[in-house]
Design a protein around this ligand. Structure first.
Ligand code: AMP
Ligand code: FE
Ligand code: FE
Ligand code: ZN
Length: 285
């Protein structure tokens, strides 16, 4: 019984729809997967519905990009209440800032000679959250770069001439957003960010886990973060960070997984957190 707890769909920058991702999860025998799109909950219900048909449990999740000392720190929020209106408003704010940023990146690209339009990028992105991968796909369409990777490597990665930063909150604020919405905050792929000092600082605010198993982590990082989890009583999660099969450097769905009992731990933590904050208790009508 395995669970892949980090999966993207077309709701953000993945290339497979929620139903397609769930079908693929079923075909490789996963018991559960967490839909963790960037700044949007749009993929979750379609995945849940497909999961009911295919007997794959879909865990609602979110991935937030935050910033600490100039470093990009990603947070996963498991089992957030997807109907929470404050959470929806907060995510809507981040999606708006993403849209504004597309305009700024396109201005830079047009100065670099790329005939990429905002309309085309938004068409590629669809109704969920837009990101640089959508811009990169529009750049490939112009024929001036051959692949999404080339678009990133030469033009839109940080430090390259087409780059513009995104509006981000602090990791502590991100933990707060997730907790307030009844979710379980987990530090995503910390090995990619080198900000271990953050872990201890985020625990009092509710950080409950670390994504220990991730395709970008070396075996040494995995043992290091397992040790950190043990030391601080944090749950060790894992997932593939699947974005689809289109990129050359893609991770396969199920490339990193955890035992299903980790899902049980996350559910216990969410229930405890909801009880402590009074959420879901003492309903009135
Ligand atoms: P954004 O959210 O707009 O800042 O874009 C970040 C997203 O771009 C990440 O979540 C990845 O999905 C993708 N990405 C980042 N670097 C690369 C790269 N070098 N090649 C392809 N995709 C990338
Ligand atoms: Fe992504
Ligand atoms: Fe991430
Ligand atoms: Zn991710």
């Amino acid at each position: 019984m395995l669970a892949d707890l980090h999966v993207h769909t077309t709701a953000s920058d993945g290339t497979e729809s929620p139903a397609e991702v769930v079908a693929r999860a079923s075909s490789i025998g996963l018991a559960a997967l967490a839909i963790a799109d960037h700044d949007t909950l749009e993929g979750i219900m379609p995945a849940v519905e497909e999961g009911r048909l295919r007997k794959v449990e879909v865990i609602p999740a979110i991935e937030l990009g935050t910033e600490y000392n100039g470093k990009e720190i990603h947070l996963l929020g498991y089992l957030i209440d997807i109907n929470d209106s404050v959470l929806q408003e907060e995510l809507g704010f981040f999606r708006n800032t993403r849209r504004d940023r597309v305009g700024r990146i396109i201005n830079r690209l047009s100065r670099l000679g790329f005939p990429v339009t905002r309309e085309r990028v938004m068409e590629i992105a669809g109704s969920g959250s837009v990101g640089r991968p959508h811009i990169a796909r529009a750049m490939v369409e112009t024929g001036r770069v051959a692949t999404v990777e080339e678009a990133f490597d030469r033009y839109i990665s940080e430090g390259k001439p087409g780059f513009e930063p995104r509006v981000k909150c602090s990791p502590a604020q991100g933990v707060g957003i997730i907790r307030r919405a009844g979710g379980v905050p987990v530090l995503a792929h910390p090995g990619l960010a080198d900000a271990d000092d953050l872990i201890k600082a985020l625990i009092p605010g509710g950080l409950a886990g670390i994504e220990v198993y991730h395709p970008g982590h070396t075996p040494k990082m995995v043992s290091h973060y397992l040790e950190v989890c043990g030391r601080h009583g944090l749950v060790a999660t894992g997932g593939s960070d699947y974005h689809g099969m289109e990129n050359r450097k893609h991770n396969l769905l199920g490339a990193c997984t955890v035992q299903y009992r980790v899902v049980g731990l996350l559910k216990e933590l969410a229930a405890k957190s909801r009880a402590a904050t009074g959420r879901g208790q003492g309903g009135t009508c």
